[in-house]
Design a protein around this ligand. Sequence first.
Ligand SMILES: [Zn+2]
Ligand SMILES: [Zn+2]
Length: 110
Amino acid sequence: MAKKKVATKAEREHMNKVASLGCWICQRPANVHHIRPIGLGIGRRSSHYDTIPLCYDHHQGQFSIHNCKQQFEDMYGKETFILQEVKKLVADMEQANDLFNFYNTHKGEI
Ligand SMILES: [Zn+2]
Ligand SMILES: [Zn+2]
């Protein structure tokens, strides 16, 4: 098993944003699932940025990405595809936050 590296603050913030999206499949409260990038050798680990939100059932339940990956991907799409979509959503969320912060810091000037 790969050694777990402690997440940096930025990584934790990213994972919080991912989890806050809710389960990718059913929108229930979610934890993050780490995508294993293709072609990584032994000792390499997946990045905390390569995470998607999944609830317990879809993450570790009977028909989850961990227990039934083939079926899971047949039904919901490849995890690498889901990752791309999740990254887009988080980027949108960050942009919205930036705009919000910009507006708040420049209130009265605009
Ligand atoms: Zn997982
Ligand atoms: Zn779910």
